[in-house]
Design a protein around this ligand. Sequence first.
Ligand SMILES: [Zn+2]
Length: 468
Amino acid sequence: MLTLMVTTLGLAHAQGLPSCFATGTEPAADGEADAPTSLDDTTLQAAAAKVLPLVEKHAGRVFTTPPKVTLAEGQAFRDVVAEENRLIYDRIFAASPEEVRHRLAEETAWGAERGVLGKYGVFTDTLYMSEGPLRMAASTLPGDRMDDVLLVILAHELTHALQDQHIPMDALLDDVDDQDALWAASGSWEGFATWVEQQVAHELGLDDVFWGMTKLQGWGEEGLQEPMAFQTWAVYGQGRAFVEHHQAKGTEHLWTVLAHPPHRTWMLFEPERYTADPPPFPVDFTPALTGSEHKLTSKKPWASLITTVGDVELRGEAILGHTEDELDEVMAHLVHAQKLESVLPDRSVEARVMLFDDTTWPRRYLDLLRAQAKAEADRKGDAYDVPIELSYVDFPLENITVDDSTLRTTRIPIGGGRHLEARAAWVVQGRMVLVVRAERFRPGLRLGWAIEHLLTGLEGIELPAAVP
Ligand SMILES: [Zn+2]
C-alpha cells in the first residue's frame, strides 16, 4: 500500500500492506464530510457478484469460497490494517525494538481508513471497501462514475482474495527479507491485481475508469506521470508489466511465478530475467550499518530498517535528480548497496554503503548525488516558493584518513530567520561511497562519529575482489 503514511512518518519506504488499492493522496477532509452515504450493502454485494466470475475468468483460477465483502468501518478496519502492518514491520523493521515496531504498525493504521479505496484483509479473508475514498476517486472522472469505480476496485481486491486462497499471502511475506524484496514481491501481487483489474474493466467497457484510477496513483498508459509517485508506479505499473510478460507464457506459468515472487526489484524492470532463486548478495554490510543511528542521537527509540538499495530506490532517485541517463552506467559497476534508515517523530537519518567494482565509480556516483541534491533543492524551492541554500564544504574526519570527504548542507527558510536543515556527509574510501544524512536536526560532531562507526565496522567485513 502506498498512501499518506509516507508523509505521516517521513519514512518513504516503510509502507507495504500486501493487498490494497490506495491512491497517493489523502482525500480532502471537507469533501469527505459532505459526501453522500448511499453505498448500501445490497449494492455492494450485487457489484461483487457481477465482478467475481470475470475475475475468475481472467485470473485463470476459481474461488474455493466467495470472500466476504463489507464496508470499511472505523476501529475494526484499523485493527485489520494494524495486524498486517505488524507482520510486515516485524520483517522490514527487524533492526528496531519490538515496541517501536508495534507502535509504528498502530500509527500507520490510522489514516488507512481515509486513504484506501479498498483493501483485502489477509487475516480476515474479507474485502473492505471504503466509501469516502471511492467517492473521491469517482469525482475525478466526468459524470457520476461511483458504480463503475466500485466495480473496477472490486476486481482488484477480489484478485488479491483469489490469490490468497491459492497462495497464502502470509507465507509469501515470511520469505521477504528487506524493503527491496518487499517492493519486488509486492510488484507481483499488486501487478497481478492491477492486470486482472485492467482486463475486467476492459470487458465491462470501463477502460477510462481503469486509467482514471492509475492516474490517481501517478502513472498511466505512457508510464510514470508524476515523478514523486515513482515507487507506486514501480510496484503497480511495472508490476503490471511484469505480470503481463509472464501471463503471455500461460496461466500455469504465471501462477508458478506468483507462488515464487521476485525478491529483487530489478526483476520488475527486466521481467525476462526473473528467477525464483537470484544469486546471494556478494557481501553484507549489516554489521557496519547497525547502530549508526545511535551515533547521531543517543538513547532514542529509533524506528530503523536495514535494506538492500535496489533498482526501485536508485532509479527513483535518478528520476527525481534527472540523472537517469548516467545511472545505468554507474549501476553496471555497482557491486552491492545497503542502507540503514531511521526515523524519530522529529528527525530522520540514513546511512548508506555503496561498493563499486573499481575506484573510478565512487566519484561518478558523487556526481550523481550532487545533481540529485541540486534537483531536490530546485524542486523544494519551487514548491515552497523560497530560495533553498545548498552548500558544500570539506568534511575533515578526526581519527580516520579517507580519500574524499564532503559535507553537504541544505537549508530551507521557514520564517522568523529559522531554517529546516539537512546535512549529509559523503565519504569516498577506496571502492566505496559512504553517505550519512541527518534531516531536521543538527548532528554536529556526531555526523563524524557515525562515519567513523561505519568505517570501523567495514574494516571487519571482507569485500569481494575488485575487477582486475
Ligand atoms: Zn492491491
